[in-house]
Design a protein around this ligand. Structure first.
Ligand SMILES: [Mg+2]
Length: 303
């Protein structure tokens, strides 16, 4: 589905809220040392949320600095979707000055977005649709937006699950995935698809899972190089993946016999999805092995 509108979060993506707080309390700002959003809880003397709200007045918000990579994130989105389709979205703090301060920041730094600024206490999931994209640093906002039917990109920051990812590299991989997804769905448009509609949703989810798991291998010459590690131990990648598939089947067998899961954090649906993905990868590795054997027949039966 083609993206028609982008909702771009401000704090933690474009504006550096954390540096603003550190500066206000004369604390050293070091992004690499942060691990949570409300990092001030560790300060001595103790700093409470009320203390933070009090200092976050109109001037605080109006004078925030740009976040690292904030300009690059905005330009990457503008290049693909056009500035006219991008909306800034931000949540005010209980300090009433946050409403006017945020507007003043946009007027000074991004005046052209003045009529596309959404300051709201409501959940941004209300904006979700199959043609909308949220770009946000909050895991919860991203999860909620996806659950509500929208597409979303989580910007890696120390306080979310992507804390070890590089911001721009991750953004480019995700944007590319969304573009390809749009093209793939377009390929199916206009064709009569028989069978259960959930089947096609699951195919899409399978593609997303494969792409996400391969995120760290983006740019690599061989996207399946983790499976090729088996070769170093004298096992073909095809046999290696068959072992992984058999592990998944053992798990399913065990569940059917005992009625309980040995590893609680992987559901039966996760196991079935992994089995489906591994089956497709096994087909690819089988084809690659055939090609290799044709090119070098003496390799056949060496294992
Ligand atoms: Mg944010």
């Amino acid at each position: 589905m083609k993206i028609e509108e982008v909702f771009l979060d401000m704090d933690g993506v474009l504006t550096n809220f954390h540096k603003g707080v550190c500066d206000s309390f004369d604390q050293l700002y070091d992004l690499s040392n942060l691990s949570m959003w409300d990092f001030w809880k560790d300060w001595k003397p103790k700093t409470t949320r009320t203390n933070i709200i009090d200092i976050c007045d109109q001037d605080f918000w109006a004078e925030l600095e740009w976040h690292d990579e904030g300009h690059e994130i905005l330009h990457a989105l503008e290049d693909i979707y056009g500035a006219e389709n991008i909306f800034l979205v931000t949540k005010p703090m209980p300090n009433p000055g946050s409403w006017t301060g945020k507007k003043m920041w946009v007027d000074e730094h991004l005046f052209r977005y003045g009529d596309r600024l959404i300051i709201t206490e409501a959940s941004r999931a209300m904006l979700a649709s199959p043609t909308s994209l949220l770009v946000d640093d909050s895991q919860k906002n991203v999860d909620d937006f996806r659950m509500a039917g929208g597409q979303a990109i989580l910007i890696p920051r120390p306080w979310n699950s992507l804390n070890r990812h590089k911001v721009i590299q991750h953004l480019e991989v995700e944007l590319d995935m969304i573009r390809r997804k749009g093209r793939e769905i377009k390929m199916l448009e206009g064709k009569t698809l028989h069978g259960h509609p959930q089947f096609y949703d699951l195919l899409q989810k399978m593609a997303e899972l494969h792409s996400r798991k391969n995120h760290d291998y983006a740019g690599s010459e061989n996207p399946l190089r983790n499976f090729y590690k088996c070769k170093e131990m004298g096992i073909s990648p095809f046999k290696g993946i068959m072992v992984r598939l058999s592990d998944k089947w053992s798990r399913l067998e065990s569940f059917l016999k005992q009625g309980v899961l040995e590893v609680k954090d992987e559901s039966i649906k996760d196991t079935l999805m992994d089995s489906a993905v591994y089956s497709l990868l096994a087909m690819i590795l089988f084809d690659e092995q055939l090609k290799e054997n044709q090119a070098c027949p003496e390799n056949v039966n060496q294992e």
